[in-house]
Design a protein around this ligand. Structure first.
Ligand SMILES: NC(=O)c1ccc[n+]([C@@H]2O[C@H](COP(=O)([O-])OP(=O)(O)OC[C@H]3O[C@@H](n4cnc5c(N)ncnc54)[C@H](OP(=O)(O)O)[C@@H]3O)[C@@H](O)[C@H]2O)c1
Length: 228
């Protein structure tokens, strides 16, 4: 087996060479003397390539599924906002360009992947542009957890891929122009719910719900009931 050469990953400029002669080969060549080591490295690289972060959607919607109006949130709910910040703290975000530039947008202090067909040459620090969802997910493949922050167009695209929904239900019917997609109860299990009443600072009561995808959920809302 001496001299066996394996190009282990097309995108890496690195070769593993099985050889006892460590003197004569340099550069991007890594000399190994143990075939088992090569197989271990290949498996590790394959695992890294297949790494897929957990994808979480986080949103607040009214009982009629409204999430926004005129590119803003239709409510001011400080304790809901605080929960939003706490849950997403330090995580990477995927955000549509409209929501990212909204006046009340929440930005990640860690990584912001902004979906847009029109990336500007000079991104702000902490911002990476993606021109489609695949690119966004590829940029984030090393992360463990990624939050999708909306807006409506991005929630529609990512709901079928989501593992968990952090979905606050604002107990009111609100007018708006952006909505959260229908969700099939057959696909999602409510795992926690935290009710907050209305008060001087909160015009509406709301429930901060967390849903986990059931084992074989498919998000075919048409063949199940919507959540609310
Ligand atoms: N209540 C909540 O929890 C919540 C959360 C977030 C947002 N919102 C609300 O949602 C509303 C905004 O939603 P929206 O649907 O109008 O806008 P959006 O989803 O925030 O942004 C839409 C834009 O994102 C880009 N985009 C989306 N998908 C893309 C893809 N696959 N590839 C490349 N670019 C893509 C496009 O940008 P370009 O045009 O630049 O190409 C598109 O015009 C606002 O009212 C906001 O306040 C509410």
């Amino acid at each position: 087996m001496q001299g066996t050469v394996l190009k282990i990953l097309a995108s890496r400029d690195e070769w593993l060479i099985l050889s006892d002669d460590r003197q004569s080969i340099h550069g991007q060549f890594q000399i190994v003397t143990d075939l088992h080591y090569i197989f271990t490295v290949i498996i590790l690289y394959q695992t890294a390539l297949q790494n897929k972060p957990q994808l979480y959607l986080i949103a607040a919607m009214s009982e009629n599924h409204v999430i926004g109006i005129n590119n803003r949130l239709p409510w001011h709910l400080p304790d809901e906002w605080a929960n939003f910040r706490r849950v997403t703290h330090g995580k990477a975000f995927i955000t549509g360009s409209k929501s990212y530039t909204a006046p009340d947008a929440l930005h990640s202090t860690y990584r912001n992947i902004v979906l847009t067909k029109h990336p500007t040459e000079q991104a702000d620090s902490g911002v990476e542009y993606a021109t489609d969802l695949d690119q966004a997910l590829s940029l984030l493949r090393e992360e463990n957890e990624v939050f999708v922050l909306g807006g409506a167009s991005v929630f529609v695209q990512t709901l079928p891929l989501a593992d968990k929904l952090f979905l606050t239900i604002v107990h009111a019917h609100i007018d708006g122009d952006a909505v959260f997609p229908a969700i099939s109860l057959a696909d999602w299990e409510l795992v926690s719910s935290n009710y907050h009443g209305s008060d001087d600072d909160h015009a509406y009561s709301f429930s901060m719900n967390v849903y986990e995808r059931k084992g074989n959920g498919s998000d075919q809302a048409s063949d199940g009931q919507p959540i609310l």
